[in-house]
Each structure stands twice: as structure tokens, then as C-alpha cells.
Design a protein around this ligand. Structure first.
Ligand SMILES: C[S@@+](CC[C@H](N)C(=O)[O-])C[C@H]1O[C@@H](n2cnc3c(N)ncnc32)[C@H](O)[C@@H]1O
Length: 293
């Protein structure tokens, strides 16, 4: 797109027409980009529609609009995504946190109240799940891991910005960095099949395959986590996994195959299977209900 000089705010908002064929949320996208360039909130745009942008603001707005027309996700253009009650920095090293994943957080919070519990978030990405839990449960000790060093650094940066001192971010594959046993393990792992056509559409085209794709029909990482978690869960501890909307039955079967109990699936607000959970009890473990859960 050529540089758009001399724009006023109202004129810049009208540029949403250029985006209409590429985005279902063209008007909102343009509001967010413009507010970001001006470092103001969106209500400012409607209070001062006749105000002119500086040349530098016009240039930055044109560049961002062009990148959005090319399909780049708004979160990457703004540099952040809101998740739960938190504003998280994002990067191209990991997934942009999705509203769907708030169900994983809700279910985790419903399993354990405040108390001296140990919790692990595997494949933490931006830190979304671990940091949301930490913001609600200051007494939990939470470990968050990712095998992409740049993703773990991003999670650590978010942790520091939000000053959530009860989270420790570590780099390594699934259980590699963990020490000890956990009352709750959560993960939103990669679960998309490599030939899924959704990978060629929308925002996911810009996100790393390391965050999205798993072998074995999308179930390999889920299976590895179910198998491996047995050595890291306390007796009566819970494993809670996000998965694709058609994977609930398969995930519950995997839980049963690996000896878990109480496997079940929870639906998201759209009525789709989204999260499955089950409980681990080792052979000879204490079969009384643990006070923890
Ligand atoms: C679907 S994303 C989820 C990110 C974040 N938890 C969220 O919900 O927004 C999966 C994450 O798992 C990480 N991951 C993939 N394979 C992994 C492995 N073997 N060990 C640790 N993390 C892994 C990816 O780097 C990515 O950040």
C-alpha cells in the first residue's frame, strides 16, 4: 500500500473498507491499529475524528494496515493479546492465546482451591495458562515449561511484567525440566494433524507449527503427556488437557489405556468438546479421596 499522507482520524477509520474483503472484523481491526499507532484508547478516535495524524503516524498506520491485509494476526501487529484478566506480550515463537483456552484455566481453578499445591503447565507459550492461574491462586507453586527457548523467555517476560512471583518458567521438553510431584498438571499441547486444511487459513498461517501440529492424527503429544504425567502426579492428582473438538473420545480412551480414573470431557461455550481431565492413582496409592481435590 502506498504511503497515506495527510490523514485525519475519521479518514483513517474509513480505510477499513480496504480490509473488508480480508477480515470479518475490518472496522474493529482498524480501530485497534489506529489507537495503537496514536497510543490512545479507541474512544479517543471518535472524540477527535478531525485530528490529523503526523507523517510518521500515517506511515506506521499504512504499514500495519498492509500487513493486516496480508493476513497477519492483529495480536502480532499490536504485540499483545488479552487473556483471562491479563495483557500478554506475544511473539512469532508461539501460539497467540485463544479465548477457548480460558476453559482450561476455569477447570483447573475448579479442581483445587487456595492451598499449598504444586501445579505444572506444560507447553506454556506466552505463559497464558500458568499466569492466569497464578493471578487467581497466589498460594500455588506453578512451574511452566516450553521446549522453545524463545517461548520460555517470552513467558518469563510476561511473568515479570505481571509480577507473578509464584510461577517459575523453565526450558525443556515436556517433563525434562520438572522435579518432584504435582497435584495438577495442565497442558494445551499441539493437537492439529499436519495435513489439516485449517493450517492454510487465517491467523494460524502465521503461527509456528511447533505450537500447532502433532503426529499420529494430532494425538501424539497428548499421548506422550498422558503417559509421562503418571510419574509426576501425586496420588489423586489431576491431568487436564485441551484438545480438538473431535478428540474428546480419543483422549478419554488414552486416559483409560494408561490407567487413569474419572476420565471425562468438558464442552466449551459453543458446545464443543474442548478439555478432558482424569485422575491418577498409583498402584498401592492411597485410595481415600485426597483433601486436595
Ligand atoms: C498450542 S501451544 C499452547 C501455548 C499456551 N499454553 C497457550 O495455551 O496459549 C503449544 C505449546 O507447546 C510447546 N511445545 C510443543 N512441543 C513441546 C515439547 N515437546 N515440550 C514442551 N513444550 C512443547 C510449543 O512451543 C507451544 O508453545
Amino acid at each position: 500500500m502506498s504511503f497515506m499522507a495527510g490523514l485525519c482520524i475519521g479518514g483513517a477509520l474509513e480505510k477499513s473498507a480496504l480490509l473488508a474483503e480480508f477480515s470479518d472484523t475490518a472496522r474493529l481491526d482498524v480501530q485497534l491499529l489506529l489507537a495503537h499507532v496514536l497510543q490512545k484508547n479507541t474512544s479517543y478516535l471518535y472524540t477527535w475524528p478531525e485530528k490529523h495524524l503526523t507523517d510518521d503516524q500515517c506511515k506506521r498506520f499504512s504499514e500495519l494496515l498492509q500487513r493486516r491485509i496480508e493476513g497477519e494476526p492483529i495480536a502480532y501487529l499490536l504485540g499483545y493479546q488479552d487473556f483471562w484478566t491479563l495483557r500478554l506480550a506475544v511473539s512469532k515463537d508461539t501460539l497467540i492465546p485463544r479465548p477457548d483456552t480460558e476453559l482450561l484455566v476455569e477447570q483447573g481453578l475448579a479442581l483445587l482451591s487456595d492451598g499449598d499445591y504444586c501445579v505444572a503447565d506444560l507447553g506454556t507459550g506466552t505463559g497464558a495458562v500458568a499466569l492466569a492461574l497464578a493471578s487467581e491462586r497466589s498460594s500455588w507453586k506453578i512451574v511452566a515449561t516450553d521446549y522453545i527457548a524463545a517461548a520460555a523467555q517470552l513467558a518469563e517476560r510476561n511473568r515479570q511484567t505481571l509480577q507473578l512471583d509464584n510461577v517459575k518458567v523453565l526450558t525443556g521438553s515436556w517433563f525434562e525440566p520438572l522435579v518432584g510431584k504435582f497435584d495438577l498438571i495442565l497442558s494445551n499441547p499441539p493437537y492439529i494433524e499436519s495435513d489439516d486444511h485449517h493450517l492454510q487459513q487465517g491467523d494460524v498461517r502465521f503461527e509456528p507449527l511447533t505450537a500447532l501440529v502433532a503426529e499420529n492424527g494430532g494425538l501424539q503429544d497428548i499421548q506422550d503427556i498422558i503417559e509421562g504425567s503418571r510419574a509426576y502426579l501425586q496420588d489423586n492428582g489431576w491431568l487436564l488437557l485441551e484438545h480438538g473438538f473431535e478428540q474428546g473420545v480419543a483422549v478419554c480412551k488414552l486416559f483409560e489405556r494408561y490407567g487413569y480414573t474419572q476420565a471425562h470431557t468438558v464442552k466449551d461455550l459453543a458446545g464443543n468438546d474442548r478439555v478432558s481431565l482424569a485422575r491418577w492413582l498409583s498402584e498401592g496409592g492411597d485410595r481415600r479421596e485426597s483433601k486436595a481435590i
